[in-house]
Design a protein around this ligand. Structure first.
Ligand SMILES: [Fe+2]
Length: 234
């Protein structure tokens, strides 16, 4: 992108590319002007068929279950995907990944000294329905330490990747849980300048969507572009 195009990024809504408190951003983000890729908005995203998705793919308490239910607090995460005009986006692929209830990922480079759960993989996917709605069943992730600074702990979060109708509509972000005491210490969360934009990443507890005797529910709505866009990672 030229500087001109680059300046169109809403710097108030989305995180700074280089945010020194989040140390690795200093090393991995570009310091030179970017090169514009012509016609990128014309490239449609892959289309995904409902037939290629199993209902179990959106249930992380079942999709890796071997013998027992995974350990931790079962939750429902649901919401609506909308475009910049507030219209629902159907058939949108949503993929999530997360740590288990002890704050540990299933990943070969994971070094956090916390137990793995053999019945929990921490990855799932689904498609939005004709109203743009999606729903996951999962386990509330634990906080985990990272080596960004002394005594650094990530607030509990779930990573989201969302494909809209075009490649430029792909959003990668993190969903948080309201009331987390770690927000004020987390440079990833705080790299988003605007408080309202930060709030759009925080899922809200819903007693109406909570399923009796089964699971708490959290609502996380996603806006792909525009003034109310959900903050996305660079
Ligand atoms: Fe994470």
């Amino acid at each position: 992108m030229t500087n001109n195009a680059w300046n169109k990024r809403d710097w108030y809504n989305h995180p700074n590319l280089i945010y020194p408190d989040y140390k690795s951003t200093v090393f991995r983000n570009p310091k030179n002007s970017l090169i514009k890729l012509e016609n990128l908005p014309e490239i449609p995203s892959p289309s995904f068929e409902k037939t290629s998705m199993r209902s179990i793919d959106s249930d992380l308490t079942l999709n890796a279950k071997k013998n027992y239910d995974p350990i931790g607090e079962r939750i429902i995460v649901l919401g609506k995907v909308k475009d910049e005009f507030g219209r629902p986006v159907p058939d949108c692929l949503i993929e999530i990944w997360q740590a288990n209830s002890a704050g540990r990922y299933v990943h070969r480079e994971e070094i956090h000294d916390a137990p793995l759960d053999p019945n929990f993989l921490g990855a799932g996917m689904t498609l939005t329905d004709k109203n743009g709605d999606y729903k996951f069943t999962t386990i509330k992730p634990g906080s985990y330490p990272w080596d960004n600074h002394h005594n650094a702990w990530r607030p509990a979060h779930i990573h989201f990747s969302i494909f809209g109708r075009a490649f430029v509509d792909r959003l990668v972000t993190q969903m948080y849980f309201e009331g987390d005491p770690l927000f004020k210490y987390d440079p990833i969360f705080n790299s988003i300048p605007d408080k309202k934009a930060k709030d759009r990443l925080i899922a809200k507890f819903s007693i109406d969507q909570t399923i009796p005797e089964f699971a708490h529910a959290y609502i996380f709505n996603i806006v792909l572009r525009g003034r109310e866009a959900t903050p996305m990672e660079a």
